[in-house]
Design a protein around this ligand. Structure first.
Ligand code: AMP
Ligand code: MG
Length: 396
């Protein structure tokens, strides 16, 4: 792989990751299903409402007995919501009833409590009658048994979880998530939270890639870190390949002396070279023991830009999520760009809808990345753009 375009490399990556798109069903507790994607159409196993019940606190009556009002009726029974025997309304009486309680046979309307008075204990005066069907929730009036509640391929939101619970599902079949391992490399890296010695920095790429992967619907099976020692890196890869369907590495792919990722994977058939983009030029891809390995450069901005340009939408598609697509925004300020490479500049969308640049192009500017919310995509032939020009921006 010598210098190739972003499109060429993206196509090669997509081909290498094709198997990621074949998913199986996974049965999980409903309580863990938020954000997961339904595997197949889900049909209701029951009618909803499950039984005919009252929409109001009030009195269940035969509508004919309240056709002329006011009328006073004996109260034959009180029906609360909850387990109860099937009741029958005694002819010419009213049954006091609570919202959600089953309506007794013989009653066909509910008179809300607001439209009644109690003249003596054991009777009720109906001040305003109700026609047949008033405040009666019929069985199956919401959904009939067998109706599709949720189509295959839906990312489950709280409203979907709600209906699944309402029809009695404790579990749901969802699309299995692509299993991805992240391996960062660099002798200089230590965990955030530990003490630094001179020359050390905190490893931010591991947790960053993991967060991006989770946001894309992946299951992150490991976040590991290797020194620049080839045998250590190889050990970590071997282990990651046990559980992952995709391994993403960061660092060790450029032109320095200790490029552990390139040094280990190239002899195993890996392709390492340069993509005509900035940041994120050095890229690698390898089939390692049947597991695809994508290798991104280690600069934190380069790593994120690489993920967005080459992996995010593939992972999202495998996970069953919709792609994140670029949108158009007009430049708030002029932009200059070096020719021959596609530039992905950090930008921020303003309240006026325009996009402004955030800091400079340096791929080590991790704080500027945090302040940005889009990547401004400048194609490789463009060297200058005036303020007001429409550009494509990728949501970060
Ligand atoms: P490399 O691609 O390994 O040559 O690394 C390029 C730059 O990115 C160097 O300044 C590294 O220290 C830095 N870097 C590499 N990996 C990480 C990481 N996981 N977290 C933060 N910075 C990193
Ligand atoms: Mg390195």
């Amino acid at each position: 792989m010598s210098a190739v375009s972003v499109e060429e490399h993206a196509a090669a990556v997509e081909a290498m990751l094709a198997a990621l798109g074949t998913r199986t069903a996974q049965r999980i507790p409903l309580a863990e299903a938020l954000g997961r994607v339904s595997f197949e159409d889900v049909r209701s196993p029951v009618d909803l409402p499950l039984f005919r019940n009252s929409q109001m606190d009030g009195y269940a009556v035969d509508s004919r007995s309240v056709a002329t009002t006011p009328v006073t009726l004996p109260v034959s029974t009180v029906i609360a919501a909850g387990p109860t025997e099937a009741a029958v309304l005694a002819s010419g009486s009213a049954a006091k009833i609570m919202t959600g309680a089953p309506i007794p046979d013989g009653a066909d309307a509910i008179v809300p409590v607001e439209d009644t008075t109690v003249p003596t204990v054991g009777s009720v005066t109906i001040e305003r009658g109700r026609a047949a069907g008033a405040f009666v929730r019929e069985q199956g009036s919401d959904v009939r048994v067998g109706t599709i509640l949720i189509e295959a391929g839906r990312a489950l939101e709280p409203r979907h979880i709600s209906v699944l619970a309402a029809v009695g599902f404790a579990e749901v079949d969802v699309r299995s998530r692509p299993r991805v391992a992240v391996v960062t490399t660099g002798a200089e890296l230590v965990d955030a939270g530990s003490a630094l010695t001179p020359g050390q920095i905190y490893d931010s790429n591991g947790i960053t890639l993991a967060a991006h992967l989770q946001a894309s619907g992946a299951e992150v099976v490991a976040v590991a870190r290797s020194s620049d020692d080839p045998s250590r890196f190889r050990e970590i890869l071997d282990e990651a390949a046990q559980s992952a369907e995709l391994i993403i590495t960061s660092g060790g792919v450029s032109m320095g002396d200790f490029e552990v990722v390139k040094d280990v994977l190239r002899p195993l058939g890996g392709h390492f070279g340069s993509v005509r983009m900035q940041p994120g030029g050095p890229q690698g891809m390898t089939m390692f023991d049947g597991i695809p390995v994508l290798s991104f450069p280690g600069n934190p901005v380069s790593t994120v830009v690489s993920y967005i340009m080459f992996a995010r939408n593939i992972v999202r598609k495998a996970a069953g999520l919709s792609p994140v697509l670029p949108r158009t925004a007009s430049l708030h300020e002029p932009v200059v760009s070096a020719p021959g490479r596609r530039q992905l500049l950090r930008g921020r969308l303003r309240d006026d809808g325009r996009v402004e640049l955030v800091a400079g192009p340096g791929s080590h500017l991790v704080a500027a990345l945090a302040w940005a919310d889009v990547l401004i995509d400048i194609d490789s032939d463009t060297t200058e753009l005036a303020a007001g020009t429409d550009v494509e921006v990728w949501p970060l």
